[in-house]
Design a protein around this ligand. Structure first.
Ligand SMILES: Cc1cc2nc3c(=O)[nH]c(=O)nc-3n(C[C@H](O)[C@H](O)[C@H](O)COP(=O)(O)OP(=O)(O)OC[C@H]3O[C@@H](n4cnc5c(N)ncnc54)[C@H](O)[C@@H]3O)c2cc1C
Length: 424
């Protein structure tokens, strides 16, 4: 097997990269052991937000004070499994350190803003070319709600950072929320509406549809697991897979939460952890649900009406790739959903757990690998992998074809985790 480029992984990131590469006329092989868009991947079960305002990293100054609570409450919205603490300690340390000052968080927000700006429209453009316009709503806007303005104060820091990077929004009182969200519990009397946001109507179908479109344009699928790289004098010659070697001069690592060993083989030891997340989805047509996707501040969940039903997603569990899901977490989400949308019968909700591919500072890793020329990293998008996939795909294609990247990708370099960078 031979191609110009091998893309490893067919989640949202790999799918967008494959589309952009084949549209530039390159011969592409997409290596993926599973079915594109299926439930093994994070891209299937997310909250479907195309939130170009999601620029504040998960860790913010003072968050270290919450560490004891993460360990003490195994079912809290953010929890660390005590048995996994030894393996995740260094990632957690970097997570806390990345947010030790407001200046650090502001710098991360600027980088994420550059990656995410205009994302709903970028998705709409790709979706139109792929015949998937019915799956992208670039103009729905996105809403955040709290019980009252006092409750909002605990999240005010993040909104100040958002304002710094030019994000605008409209505040809502209880009466306005009730008009815009007739199905939402009346317990929410303060809100924010971000008009620049959009959402996807079915993330799994979107990824499957993008891969289908890429195949129609000439991308070949290889149902295999990538295992490593072949090289001559530091220059990539191929990708080794469970089904043989793909000869290629460029390769893209887009294997989501499973990218770390491949990145190490390409010369970059990166702190990549899984932030395990859950969803419940009540499937059906015409169900009561939010008219605008909504993030509920005090419960730390997102509720989105999708093509296939109503989904409530959230939770962060640091517990590794191997441990079985803790379905009590899905039950917590189901209860939230039942309380937030009282008219919805949540009894038969589908449950799911997936792996956010997360770096400690909330920025993905995008850029050339340092050990093997021709390998490009495109993973680690954490909470913003769906929204960030459209521009990431473009950046990957620009890097492979030696074009100037459309944004400064310095902040996404794996080098930020090197010992030298940390010493500085
Ligand atoms: C509960 C939850 C809610 C979320 N909500 C949102 C949201 O609203 N908006 C948003 O933007 N993001 C959200 N996210 C994050 C988003 O889903 C992820 O960041 C994104 O899906 C990551 O995409 P990916 O392509 O990197 O990884 P994945 O979708 O996990 O895909 C990786 C693919 O690589 C394949 N693979 C793995 N190893 C190999 C190998 N060795 N060889 C070949 N293939 C391999 C896998 O089989 C998989 O198909 C959420 C995540 C969760 C869990």
């Amino acid at each position: 097997m031979k191609a110009d480029v091998a893309v490893i992984g067919a989640g949202a990131i790999g799918a967008q990269a494959a589309v952009q590469l084949v549209e530039r006329g390159l011969d592409v092989i997409l290596i993926e052991p599973g079915t594109a868009g299926a439930d093994h991947a994070a891209s299937y079960g997310n909250a479907a937000w195309l939130s170009s305002h999601s620029v504040v990293p998960p860790a913010t100054p003072g968050i270290w004070k919450q560490l004891p609570g993460w360990l003490a409450d195994p079912l809290g919205p953010l929890a660390v499994r005590p048995t996994y603490l030894p393996r995740s300690a260094s990632w957690l340390w970097r997570y806390l350190a990345s947010a030790s000052t407001e200046a650090k968080v502001s710098a991360i927000a600027r980088d994420l803003r550059a990656l995410l700006i205009d994302a709903p429209h970028l998705h709409a453009e790709v979706a139109e070319r792929a015949g998937l316009s019915h799956l992208i709503d670039a103009t729905s806007g996105l809403m955040h709600v709290w019980p009252d303005r006092a409750a909002f104060q605990s999240d005010a820091f993040g909104w100040r950072i958002r304002r710094e990077v030019g994000i605008e929004w409209r505040e809502l009182d209880g009466a306005e929320i009730a008009v815009l969200q007739p199905e939402l519990s009346r317990d929410y009397r303060f809100g924010i509406y971000v008009s620049e946001g959009g959402h996807c109507r079915n993330p799994g179908a979107y990824v499957a549809g993008l891969v289908d479109y890429a195949e129609r344009r000439g991308v070949r699928r290889l149902r295999a697991r990538a295992l490593g790289f072949t090289q001559i004098r530091g220059r990539l010659t191929g990708v080794e897979t469970s089904e043989g070697t793909v000869a290629c001069a460029a390769a893209v690592i887009a294997a989501g939460a499973r990218s770390r060993p491949l990145a190490a083989l390409a010369g970059d030891r990166v702190p990549l952890e899984t932030e395990r997340g859950y969803h419940v989805t009540v499937e059906g047509d015409g169900l009561p649900g939010p008219a605008i996707p909504v993030m509920v501040g005090d419960r730390k969940v997102i509720v989105t009406s999708l093509a296939q039903g109503v989904r409530c997603a959230g939770q962060v569990e640091i517990g590794g790739l191997q441990a079985a899901p803790d379905w009590r977490r899905a039950e917590i989400l189901r209860k939230h959903l039942a309380e937030l949308v009282p008219a919805l019968d949540t009894a038969g909700a589908q449950i799911w757990m997936g792996h956010r591919p997360s770096t400690p500072d909330g920025r993905p890793i995008i850029g050339p690998a340092s050990g093997v020329e021709g390998v490009i990293h495109a993973f680690g998008h954490g909470h913003v992998g769906l929204v960030g996939s459209a521009r990431t795909g473009r950046l990957v294609a620009e890097l492979v074809t030696d074009e100037m990247p459309e944004i400064d990708i310095g902040g996404f370099s794996p080098a930020r985790f090197s010992r030298r960078a940390n010493a500085a």
